[in-house]
Design a protein around this ligand. Structure first.
Ligand SMILES: O=CN(O)C[C@@H](CC1CCCC1)C(=O)N1NCCC[C@H]1C(=O)Nc1ccccn1
Ligand code: NI
Length: 183
């Protein structure tokens, strides 16, 4: 199973390298890695397992964070209505997005960043994502709220972008145009 020892930290080159498309159909190795990533995110949300293995809770993970420069992400998160979004995806792509933006009022963190970096991270309020599931199915997801935020954070990782790159350097908590906070 993946643990925090497998997660590279800020400064590691793989976090700033654009990740490579995964050739489809995916190899057994790539499928195994992606399944391990989803397992990690689920484990990190299980108090007993997280405690036992010292896992920092996460709601998403991108392959560059485990030093695999491939376009693979895992997400396991509930929206504000309690709907579960649990996905292990190859080559996710944002194919459209709202003009309206949103952000987490508490800011964002990252399992690859050990210190807190305060500030609002502007995201699109709604996105449409196309990807291929770990089982090889084409998926098209229309996302809003926290799931939309998580997917944007993870897809940023595939492009070598860190959450704090989006924070206003002059005023980290400056009002964001056309934005609403996610409850
Ligand atoms: O690339 C992937 N990562 O770096 C794991 C990150 C991904 C999230 C950060 C903001 C959006 C996606 C992660 O899950 N965290 N970051 C470190 C702190 C803990 C945790 C977190 O934000 N948890 C959370 C947030 C809102 C509601 C419930 N839980
Ligand atoms: Ni992250």
């Amino acid at each position: 199973m993946l643990t925090m020892d497998d997660i590279v930290r800020d400064g590691h080159p793989s976090l700033r390298k654009p990740a490579d498309e995964v050739p489809l159909p995916a190899s057994d190795e790539d499928k195994a890695i992606l399944n391990k990533m989803l397992e990690f995110v689920k484990n990190s949300q299980n108090p007993e397992i997280a405690e036992k293995f010292g896992l920092r809770p996460g709601i998403g993970l991108a392959a560059p964070q485990i030093n695999v420069s491939k376009r693979m992400i895992a997400v396991h998160v509930h929206d504000d209505k309690g709907k579960l979004y649990s996905y292990a995806l190859f080559n996710p792509k944002i194919i459209s997005h709202s003009i309206e933006r949103s952000y987490l009022p508490s800011g964002e963190g990252c399992l690859s960043v050990d210190e807190q970096i305060p500030g609002f991270v502007p995201r699109y309020a709604r996105i449409t994502v196309k990807a291929t599931s770990v089982d090889g199915d084409e998926v098209k997801l229309r996302l809003k709220g926290l799931p939309a935020i998580v997917f944007q954070h993870e897809i940023d990782h595939l492009n070598g972008i860190m959450f704090y790159d989006h924070i206003n350097k002059e005023d980290p908590f400056a009002e964001i145009q056309d934005a609403s906070p996610i409850s």
